[in-house]
Design a protein around this ligand. Sequence first.
Ligand SMILES: Nc1ncnc2c1ncn2[C@@H]1O[C@H](COP(=O)(O)OP(=O)(O)O)[C@@H](O)[C@H]1O
Ligand SMILES: O=C(O)[C@@H](O)C(=O)COP(=O)(O)O
Length: 426
Amino acid sequence: MAILLGSIADDYTGASDLANTLTKNGLRTVQTVGIPDPALALPDVDAVVVSLKIRSLPAPDAVTAATCAERWLRQRGAGHVLYKICSTFDSTDAGNIGPVTEALSEAAGGGVVVVTPAFPETGRTVYLGHLFVGGQPLNESPLKDHPLNPMHDANLVRVLTRQSRNAVGLIDLTTIAAGPGVVKARLDALRTAGITAVIADAIFERDLETLGEVALETPVSTGASGLGLGLARALVRSGRISSDGATTTDAIRPVGGLSAIVAGSCSKATLHQLDVAERSMPVLRLDPERLLAGPDEIAAAISWAGDRISAGPVVIAASAAPETVSRLQSLHGREASGHAIETATSIITAELVERGVRRLVVAGGETSGAAVDRLAIPAFLIGPEIAPGVPVLRTVGNAQGDMLLALKSGNFGGEDFFTAALSMMH
Ligand SMILES: Nc1ncnc2c1ncn2[C@@H]1O[C@H](COP(=O)(O)OP(=O)(O)O)[C@@H](O)[C@H]1O
Ligand SMILES: O=C(O)[C@@H](O)C(=O)COP(=O)(O)O
């Protein structure tokens, strides 16, 4: 299997978001969970998205995992590797976007890396290096309250500079609007000036098409699904895609079984989706203090679900509003609280699958990573889109048999996302 485009995603929801975009734009795509076991039979594809859970790891560990994945992708023919980051640039001053970008670029021989989190379909745009989330600058958006990586600066040149060893530049919208030739010339000039990464503006998909065309001629880029769109369209335009397009219908053949939703995202969109779900499904709000105190809250949740799940889908959520999250973190620490809750929600998820759940929605990137790891799912085929950035996924090589999943990024999806997702999973 020779692949044309490789990607390394810094979390699993982000991986499925990108795989969805690549599929919609004509690339046959598979999402693997980590570097797949050689024995795993993968379908013939144009693109592989390797999902890693490295967004919140110490930078050296993230770099090691990403460079191993890069080697694996290059050995399978990938001429270009996209490091998939969050469209809201989720990171801290310690990393991991800067360190991983630099390491991937160095592994590929150096040069300038195009970096842009723009994803216009979900309202993420970049202008003069500043990231906007819908109508708000990043630092005024709900991302200012993220439990793990609160974002307090919308100027991405500054944000990336703080995480990088080398200098960071900007390719502004005027340059991008002038087309790929002008962008390439500007990148060359920046490289000569010692810049190794540039934040690229992008507001419309046509900007990302220009950036995709330019980036495809370099070995590495860093971005969200929008850059994936640009790269996929450039590959299709280049005539290098031999398939007659990507199909998704086979991925949603019915699997039967029970259905459930597990949420650990504290993002504004997820909190509202949970409130809306309460009108139509049983919703259990976990007590985070009790979750951290010992196994009783987990046992109680499993018992609560057991009493209801044969009658229809249930929702179990650790999610809480920013004030509650801050209170817990001030008592137990940010990372320790996040990790303990991820562990708890992953145990609950595995117990639900043990009891027959085969259609599963998980809300939250880190939450999804922990759940998928505990379930030991090796890979996913990409099904149809539920909402921008969230496809239905079908497991490949799963020990519990075929399952359908949706891994929802915290801020994605409309208010009825949970019912919409389950209505596509049979
Ligand atoms: N009530 C809570 N208090 C503190 N942290 C929480 C709570 N509920 C969930 N978390 C943690 O918040 C983090 C949410 O991150 P994530 O799952 O990536 O969601 P999102 O996709 O919204 O970013 C996880 O580490 C999760 O365990
Ligand atoms: O690019 C995006 O916004 C998403 O794909 C993503 O990575 C979001 O992160 P989580 O909300 O932590 O899932």
